[in-house]
Design a protein around this ligand. Structure first.
Ligand code: GDP
Length: 466
C-alpha cells in the first residue's frame, strides 16, 4: 500500500532533523573530561553487549543496538585519543588516561531501533551521528574579558592578585609593580613578565587548587603555546595612575603595548573560539570536581564557586546577555555533573547531587536560563572503588575499597558530603578525606565500570534515540 503523503513527509522530516548531534564536554582541568569521554565512547560501543546502561530508556526498551567510530568531519581538530586512553586503563598496573589539553573531537554513529508506532509495528533501524567535542573549561573563563577594556581588566585583576592567592603571585607582582607604564616597551621584558604571570596562575592552580584564572588560555594554551598573542599581563599598580594620563601615552609605551595585546587576544583568541566552535554545539555537559574542592578547604571551594559562576555565563542565553548578542549559540540542553562520585560511599550520593544543585542555584537564577533545560547529576565516569560495609563496635558502617595510586589497598570512609554549601562548622570539622585511586584492573575488551553514566547519556541523547 502506498504511503500517504503527510505520514511520509513526517518521517522524512524527523530523520532529516534528528540525524546529527554535536555534544560538547567541558570542565576545568582535572575535572574528569578525558575519563568521561573515554567512558562515554566505551559505553556506547559496548551498548547491547556488556555495558550496564539500564538508566537509558532506549536500552530498557531493547532498542539501542551499538555504536561505531567514524572518521571525524573536521580534519583541523585533533582526534580524541580514545585508543591511547583505553590502553592506559587496560595496562598493568592500570593507569588513568593522560588528560587532553586542548580541543579534540571524535565521531560515533549510533544504531538504534525507533519506537514502534502505529505505522511501524516494529521499530525501524536508524542511526544518529554523534560528534563529541572535548575542550578546556578554562577557555570559557575568558568570556567576561570581552566586555572589558585593558584598564578595567587590570583593575579587576589587581584586587584578585593581592587577595587570598597572593603568595602564588609574589614573584610576578615584584616585577610587574616595577614596570613603568609610560616607558618605551621592551619586548624581552614584557615576555619575561608575561611568563611570570602565567607561572603565578599555574602555581595557584596546581599547588593551591584554585580554578578561577584569567586568561584561562594561559593555563591551557592549546596550539597557542609560546605564541606572542599570550604575552600580556595585568598592571597591578594601575590604580596609582590616572586613566586619562595612561590613555594619552604614546603607542610605543608599555601601557599602550599591553592594551593593544589585550585587544588582540580578545579579537584573535576568545572570539574565534566562540564563533568557530561554541556556536555550533547542540548540547553541552559541564563536569565539576566538587569533591577535590571540598577536600581542599573553604578558599578553594569558594574559588570554584566563582569559577563556575563565570563559566556559566557562556550558557546565559538571555536576550541581553553578552553571549547572545555576540554569538547566537544554539545549545538546547545542558547537564552539570559532579564527577568522581566513586570517591564517596553510596549513601552520600544524594548529598553530592544536592551540593552541585546548591552550587549551581545562584548562577542558574542569575543567568536567566528559563529556556534551556538544565539537569544536575553526580557520576563516576570510571568507577575505581567498590562499596563495602564494615563492622565497628558492633555497628555497620559504609566504606570504600580501592587501590591508591601507589598501589596500596585501602578500606576507608572518606567522610560526609554536605547537602548544602558548606558552612564554617563543616570546615571546622574538616570531615572529608579525598584519596586518589588507581583505576581497577580492566580486562581488555570489557565495558568500563561506571556510576550513572547511563543517566547522563539518557539526558543528553535519550530524546534523539526515539
Ligand atoms: P581532565 O583534565 O578534565 O581531562 O581530567 P581527567 O579525565 O584527566 O581526570 C583527572 C583525574 O581525575 C584522573 O587522572 C583521575 O585520577 C581522576 N578521575 C577522573 N575521573 C574519575 C572517576 O570517574 N573516578 C575516579 N576515582 N577518579 C577519576
Amino acid at each position: 500500500m502506498p504511503l500517504s503523503l503527510p505520514g511520509y513527509a513526517g518521517d522524512w522530516l524527523e530523520r532529516g532533523l534528528d540525524r546529527q548531534l554535536r555534544l560538547a564536554v567541558t570542565g576545568l582541568s582535572r575535572a574528569g573530561k578525558t575519563a568521561f569521554l573515554t567512558s562515554l565512547v566505551n559505553q556506547l560501543r559496548h551498548a547491547g553487549l556488556d555495558a550496564r546502561l539500564e538508566l537509558m530508556g532506549c536500552v530498557r526498551e531493547g532498542r539501542l543496538l551499538g555504536a561505531m567510530r567514524q572518521s571525524q568531519p573536521d580534519l583541523s581538530v585533533p582526534r580524541f585519543p580514545y585508543d591511547e586512553a583505553l590502553a592506559s586503563l587496560e595496562g598493568t598496573p592500570p593507569g588513568w588516561p593522560s588528560p587532553t589539553r586542548g580541543i579534540s573531537e571524535l565521531r560515533l554513529s549510533i544504531r538504534y531501533k525507533s519506537r514502534a508506532g502505529s505505522r511501524h509495528l516494529f521499530g525501524e533501524q536508524r542511526s544518529l551521528t554523534l560528534d563529541l567535542i572535548d575542550y578546556p573549561g578554562e577557555w570559557l573563563l575568558d568570556l567576561p574579558m570581552l566586555q572589558l577594556d585593558y584598564w578595567q581588566w587590570c583593575e579587576q585583576m589587581a584586587g584578585q592578585l593581592r587577595g587570598r592567592r597572593r603568595s602564588y603571585a609574589e614573584d610576578f607582582l615584584r616585577h610587574a609593580e616595577r614596570l613603568d607604564p609610560a616607558a618605551d616597551a621592551d619586548e624581552q621584558q614584557l615576555a619575561d613578565i608575561s611568563a611570570r604571570y602565567a607561572d603565578s596562575l599555574a602555581s595557584a592552580r596546581n599547588e593551591g587548587g584554585y580554578t578561577w584564572v584569567q586568561p584561562g588560555r594561559f593555563l591551557l594554551p592549546g596550539e597557542l603555546d609560546g605564541a606572542p598573542v599570550l604575552q600580556f599581563f595585568p598592571l597591578p599598580a594601575i590604580a596609582e595612575h590616572s586613566r586619562t594620563a595612561l590613555d594619552a601615552l604614546p603607542a610605543s609605551s608599555n601601557y599602550q603595548t599591553l592594551a593593544r595585546r589585550f585587544e588582540h587576544y580578545k579579537r584573535t583568541v576568545i572570539t574565534p573560539f566562540y564563533r568557530q566552535y561554541f556556536r555550533r554545539f547542540d548540547r553541552q555537559i559541564v563536569l565539576v570536581d566538587v569533591l577535590s574542592a571540598l577536600n581542599a578547604g573553604p578558599d578553594v571551594f569558594d574559588d570554584l564557586r566563582q569559577a563556575i559562576a563565570t563559566l556559566m555565563q557562556s550558557f546565559d542565553y538571555g536576550n541581553r546577555s553578552l553571549l547572545s548578542r555576540l554569538f547566537q549559540p544554539r545549545i538546547d540542553r545542558l547537564a552539570i555533573a559532579a564527577t568522581k562520585a566513586d570517591h564517596v560511599t553510596p549513601e552520600q550520593h544524594a548529598n553530592l547531587l544536592s551540593l552541585v544543585e546548591a552550587l549551581m542555584a545562584e548562577p542558574l537564577r542569575d543567568l536567566r536560563y528559563a529556556n534551556i533545560p538544565v539537569r544536575a547529576l553526580s557520576l563516576a565516569a570510571i568507577r575505581a572503588t567498590s562499596a563495602r560495609q564494615v563492622e565497628h563496635h558492633g555497628e555497620r558502617h559504609a566504606a570504600l575499597k580501592g587501590t591508591t595510586l601507589d598501589g596500596e589497598e585501602v578500606l576507608m570512609f572518606p567522610g560526609e558530603v554536605p547537602s548544602r554549601l558548606p558552612d564554617a562548622d563543616f570546615w571546622q570539622r574538616q570531615g572529608f578525606d579525598f584519596t586518589a585511586f588507581r583505576p581497577a584492573p580492566q580486562a581488555a575488551g570489557e565495558a568500563l565500570p561506571h556510576i550513572r553514566m547511563d543517566s547522563a547519556l539518557d539526558w543528553l541523547l535519550g530524546d534523539k534515540l526515539r
